[in-house]
Design a binder for this molecule. Structure first.
Ligand SMILES: [Zn+2]
Length: 254
């Protein structure tokens, strides 16, 4: 009797202490046994609301939108750029959507230049010189779906060199908690935004993703990231193969 009363007392204290000291971000959003059923429910809802093509026939990554080299009036290398928001980390994707909407509210239309970027593509940029990037493959947040490049479109033209517009775009991104490349000098990269949640590149390289602050909104984040990784790896294999062929034909021409 005394034991159970004591236990109840301790549980009460523990619950109180927990509710006072932790914010939502520190608590798992659902008990593990619920996560699976919540995710299964979400999947069935997804399937019913937009019946997707059979992934065995058309893998998701093959449906991602891409653009070629000079699409935004600048040399961006020979390999295609992935412009699809679906290729981004789900939490960051929502930040980017909010950024696009915030800019639209100010009368600024943003185009997506590049979202996820393969290591092969990153290495291509690296080979193009330091004005493009200082990071080798695997070192850019683009390789983890945690960075994006955008450009304002004015009168249907990509406008890369208007500091007044960039300032407004950068401010909007920073208000959303994103890191803005317009603060950098080597290279100055005002179209670049990223979110790392305090995670270092080394951690990302080891497959450790940042913790999402409002985890309760993303009960299936681990599942989604697993699916994304499969698509990222498929793209990587595709672009790495293209890079190999290009390299071989270049060597053959020498
Ligand atoms: Zn970038």
């Amino acid at each position: 009797m005394l034991r159970s009363a004591l236990l109840a007392f301790f549980c009460c204290i523990l619950t109180l202490a927990q509710s006072q000291t932790s914010d939502l971000a520190d608590l798992p959003p659902f008990a593990p046994e619920y996560v699976e059923s919540v995710c299964a429910l979400m999947r069935s809802f997804e399937a019913a609301s937009h019946p997707a093509p059979d992934p065995a026939i058309v893998p998701e990554w093959q449906q991602w939108s891409t653009v070629e080299n000079f699409a935004f009036g600048k040399n961006r290398g020979a390999m295609a750029m992935i412009t699809d928001l679906d290729a981004l980390h789900p939490y960051f994707r929502e930040k980017v959507t909010a950024l696009i909407e915030a800019c639209r509210a100010k009368g600024i239309e943003l185009a997506i230049v590049e979202t996820f970027r393969t290591r092969a593509k990153q290495n291509e940029y690296r080979s193009m010189g330091r004005i493009y990037t200082r990071s080798n493959g695997g070192k850019s947040k683009h390789q983890y779906g945690l960075a994006i490049d955008v450009v304002p479109i004015v009168d249907s033209v990509a406008t890369w060199h208007d500091p007044v517009i960039w300032k407004k775009v950068g401010t909007a991104g920073e208000r959303l908690g994103l890191r803005w490349g317009g603060r950098w000098r080597h290279p100055y990269d005002p179209g670049h935004f990223e979110w790392t949640g305090g995670t270092s590149t080394a951690m990302l390289e080891h497959g450790i993703f940042p913790r999402v602050p409002n985890a309760e909104v993303y009960p299936c984040i681990d599942e989604e990231l697993e699916d994304l990784k499969i698509s990222w790896e498929a793209w990587e294999a595709e672009q790495a193969a293209i890079a190999e062929v290009r390299k071989a034909s270049k060597n053959a021409m020498r």
